[in-house]
Ligand binder design. Structure first.
Ligand code: G4P
Length: 534
């Protein structure tokens, strides 16, 4: 098979949802269709349900599972599908955001009873920012949910994207009859607990077909009205609007009953984009370029505390990754060879000899990688758009065992490389400040520092609202500002200067009062800085 065929065979995507909307259930059904698993219940989600400190072991156990399910590869209809898992827990949201940088499209699951929830909004924001094509699956139609028209309205207004139903539910809850496929004019009858079988799919000669009345009785009348209304408000489905991230097709179904799932998967494989081009700090890299490029979007510690090695997950962006070939680690300026890169099929891990654009490989790492690192065949470029969001919770790291300060320093250094938290050093007093997106991260950090690095610590709350990087054209002005706010100045791990604002009000005031100082809120800025420093 030639290189272009390998690329066109690949679909790399993530399923995202607010916790409990049905992401794990849908993932499992996809894997069943793809033959990657044989029985339901085989996929343990990467979600962490509880967040109290007594659940450390649970967290660790679940983290272990999440390594195995980080990437689930399976074959379907001659295509190679890479499904990237995302954690459900909101404290791991940053992990999810970064995973979204490694996919080409997304399936968003929404619970028909709850509608658009908080996590859905945030995840969708990231997709919109990146113009990622999105298909929406409205789940749990076997329950009494919101009116489907209201749901469409809610999706459109809250998610700020045009939506277009490609299937339409016929009633819901206990009287749920099935869905009418608006894309290919067929009727799918609902059979609780089972897979849709051939006799449940009925070809219809248009919405006036009397077969509808035979099959649905009085529900046919409502369906006709609904379909007429949809036809009046939507143009025929435009696949290009979907591919450009402007229009999200919507499907209805019930993941637990395996209803509407195959239709979703078939449409997804039919319209989802193949691996696309990606921006770097130098130029746009096209997937079909001959030379290999890829970037690290996730780092996962191994669970064995005796070996502190980790797995860095790389998304192949162009060319062919080959085992034992030398690649340039651009940030370190160092050539590295990988002897046992791993690929994933279902929950099984195996050594791969080669990988193509869209694929994700796991590289064993002893501390060379940070999130966002780029590998190439020699070209000095860095992939962009791998966001680090400003942390939301800040705490001071306090050493509880003076004899183990080296272990603590090394531990926090390595764990923050994994992207679970950001580390800042406050200039005054050399205090170490850890910023995360949620409380759970601190529990995980404290546990791992103790068990993997033998270092005991405590995290003390701090009065910080936001950390933002600051720069200025005029060095004198920068020095003046840093002196003036010296108790609020810190450096990040790369030595960049950071302003720690205690409140939104202070931050706004500082921005207004210091036009010569630029305040930055994303890590993309850091990447630019790294380039300047080189
Ligand atoms: P998540 O990964 O998005 O967090 O959701 P998950 O698939 O774990 O589903 C959350 C709950 O919703 C599960 O129930 C699951 O069985 C249920 N669910 C998923 N799809 C459907 C559906 O189509 N209809 C209905 N009625 N329920 C659905 P649970 O009780 O929390 O867990 P479990 O004991 O069933 O595993």
């Amino acid at each position: 098979m030639d290189y272009a065929d390998e690329i066109s065979k690949r679909r790399t995507f993530a399923i995202i949802s607010h916790p409990d909307a049905g992401k794990t259930t849908l993932t499992e059904k996809f894997l069943l269709f793809g033959g990657a698993i044989q029985v339901a219940g085989a996929v343990k989600s990467n979600k962490i349900r509880k967040s109290t400190s007594s659940d450390f072991m649970d967290i660790e156990r679940q983290r272990g599972i999440s390594v195995a399910t980080s990437v689930m590869g399976f074959d379907y209809n001659g295509l190679k599908i890479n499904l990237l898992d995302t954690p459900g827990h909101k404290d791991f949201a940053e992990d999810t955001y970064r995973t979204l940088t490694a996919v080409d499209s997304v399936i968003l699951v929404v619970d028909c009873v709850k509608g658009v929830e908080e996590q859905t909004l945030r995840l969708m924001e990231v997709c919109r920012m990146r113009k990622t094509p999105v298909i929406i699956f409205v789940n749990k139609l076997d329950r009494e949910g919101k009116n489907p028209f209201e749901l469409l309205d809610e999706l459109e207004t809250k998610l700020n994207i045009h939506v277009q139903p490609l299937s339409w539910p016929i009633s819901m809850g206990t009287s749920f009859k099935g869905v009418y496929n608006l894309y290919n004019n067929s009727l799918y009858l609902f059979r609780p607990g089972g897979v849709t079988v051939a006799t449940d799919v009925i070809e219809i000669q248009g919405i006036a077909d009397p077969v509808l009345d035979q099959q649905l009785g009085d529900y046919a009348v409502q369906l006709r009205q609904d379909v007429e209304l949809i036809a009046g408000t939507h143009n025929p489905f435009d696949v290009n609007a979907y591919l450009s991230g402007d229009l999200a097709p919507v499907f209805f179904g019930s993941a637990i009953n395996n209803f509407g799932v195959k239709e979703l998967l078939d449409t997804f494989t039919g319209i989802a984009p193949t691996p696309g081009s990606r921006p770097t700090n130098q130029r746009i890299v096209q997937a079909d370029e001959k030379d290999f490029t890829g970037f690290v979007f996730k780092i996962h510690a191994n669970l064995d505390p005796r070996h502190r090695d980790r797995i860095a997950f790389i998304r192949v962006c162009s060319g062919k990754f080959e085992r034992n070939k030398m690649f340039l680690h651009v940030r370190l300026g160092k050539n590295i060879r990988f002897t046992s890169p791993a690929s994933f099929l279902g929950a099984r891990k195996s050594i791969v000899d080669e990988a193509f654009p869209g694929d994700v490989i796991g590289l064993y790492d002893t501390g060379n990688f940070k999130i966002g690192d780029t590998l190439t065949e020699g070209e000095k470029l860095m992939f962009q758009g791998i966001p680090t969001f400003s942390p939301e919770v800040f705490k001071e790291l306090v050493n509880m065992d003076p004899g183990k300060s080296k272990q603590l320093a090394k531990g926090i250094e390595q764990l923050t490389d994994e992207g679970v938290a950001q580390l800042f050093t406050q200039q005054q007093g050399n205090r170490r400040i850890v910023g995360t997106v949620g409380q759970l991260q601190f529990d995980v950090l404290q546990y791992r520092l103790e068990h993997e690095y033998n270092a005991k610590c405590r995290f003390d709350p701090m009065n910080i609202y936001k950390a933002c990087w600051i720069t200025a054209e005029d060095k004198l002005e920068m020095d003046k500002f840093c002196r003036f706010k010296s108790d609020r100045i810190a450096t990040d791990k790369d030595g960049n200067i950071v302003f720690l604002a205690e409140s939104e009000w202070v931050l706004r005031n500082m921005i207004e009062a210091n036009p010569g100082i630029e305040f930055h809120f994303t890590s993309e800025f850091k990447r630019e800085m790294q380039d300047v420093k080189k």
